[in-house]
Design a protein around this ligand. Structure first.
Ligand code: TTP
Ligand code: MG
Length: 337
């Protein structure tokens, strides 16, 4: 499930007079100042305006766009309502970002399409907003499907249709293919998912390395066995911090991570627990959220061991050039100290 033009849609609810007008949400809403587009509504996208574009450029493309500042707390409030609706309707939910989640409905009775329709109705009744839902046998395909008929879409990819649906798509549509890989694939004459699928595994491994080459080989066939990551289970202790301003400098991130470790270690000491798994969560400036975990042979309890593990996790994020908006530390698999 992915909400449609999320920040803009929430603002349009708060300001009904905006309906039908091109709207851009970003920075403090002043296109003469520095800042980028968080999102544009579908009206504004007609002018070529999109997320991450400088506000100034958006203004140049369409001077009569209505610019509004980001009211993150309001969007987070609406997001919680939506996630609560989802959680009640599946056996597990993976929270991907402020406007996006995976829901496991494989154990639900009834048709998946009917469940999706009911979810769309409930979200719309509770918030006044529309979302797009993709139904598929795995996360990779469900994510693709959710994006295929935006806004207010509902798309099903059945196991037998994978080739027909995937083959014509540009490579960028595959999860994990960014602009860099797109360029690299393009130089090899590969522009569609079908063309990746036609490439031999050895060819992909030769050009993209063992791990990513194999990933492309599988993903182009719609194969994905990754489980839902239901983060922040209750049997854990965690602390997180959203920054006043996104942090770009590694030193700043490191300082906050160390402070969070101290707090979690203190919480653990007070509760008299220790735990084996340490997880670091990073939410980037674009609100996409990732976690990296480390499970140790011996449970950690002191701040020193926790910090070592957390920094090992931090080292596994690709932080270069990506502003960080939130940092979290969690210790799970708790037992009594
Ligand atoms: P998206 O789901 O990528 O975009 P969207 O919901 O605005 O539009 P769509 O209908 O295509 O799904 O992102 C969700 C919200 O996250 C978006 O409303 C604003 C925020 N965001 C940023 O702040 N910066 C970004 O670069 C992106 C991509 C999103
Ligand atoms: Mg969205």
């Amino acid at each position: 499930m992915d909400m449609d033009a999320f920040f803009a849609a929430v603002e349009e609810l708060r300001h009904p007079e905006l309906r039908g007008k091109p709207v851009v949400i970003g920075g403090d809403g002043d296109p003469s100042k520095r800042g980028v587009v968080s999102t544009a509504n579908y009206e504004a996208r007609k002018y070529g305006i999109h997320s991450a574009m400088p506000l100034r450029t958006a203004y140049r493309l369409c001077p009569h766009v209505v610019f509004l500042p980001v009211h993150y707390r309001e969007y987070a409030r609406v997001s919680r309502i939506i996630k609560d609706i989802l959680k009640e309707r599946g056996s597990a939910m993976e929270d991907v970002g402020i406007d996006e989640a995976f829901l496991d409905i494989s154990e639900n009775p009834g048709s998946a399409e009917e469940i999706a329709r009911e979810i769309k109705d409930s979200i719309n009744r509770a918030t006044g907003l529309t979302c797009s839902i993709g139904i598929a046998p795995n996360k990779l395909l469900a994510k693709l499907a959710s994006d295929m008929r935006k806004p207010d879409g509902l798309t099903v990819i059945r196991p037998g249709e994978v080739g027909r649906v995937l083959d014509p798509l540009p490579v960028r549509k595959l999860w994990g293919v960014g602009p860099k890989s797109e360029g690299h694939l393009g130089k090899l004459g590969i522009r569609t998912v079908g063309e990746i699928r036609a490439a031999p595994l050895e060819f992909l491994v030769e050009h993209f390395g063992e791990s990513y080459g194999r990933y492309l080989h599988r993903a182009s066939r719609g194969i994905d066995e990754s489980p839902l990551v239901t983060e922040w289970k209750r049997k854990s202790m965690s602390r997180e911090e959203t920054f006043e301003r996104d942090i770009l400098q590694w030193q700043g991130i490191a300082r906050h991570l160390a402070a969070l470790c101290r707090e979690v270690a203190e919480d653990m000491r007070e509760e008299g627990v220790k735990g084996c798994t340490v997880t670091v969560k990073v939410r980037f400036g674009n609100f996409k959220t990732q976690t990296r975990s480390l499970t140790l042979p011996e449970p950690v309890r002191g701040v020193e061991a926790l910090r070592r593990a957390a920094f090992q996790c931090l080292g596994r994020f690709d932080l270069a050039g990506r502003p960080v908006r939130l940092l979290g530390v969690r210790v799970s698999r708790l037992e009594e100290a």
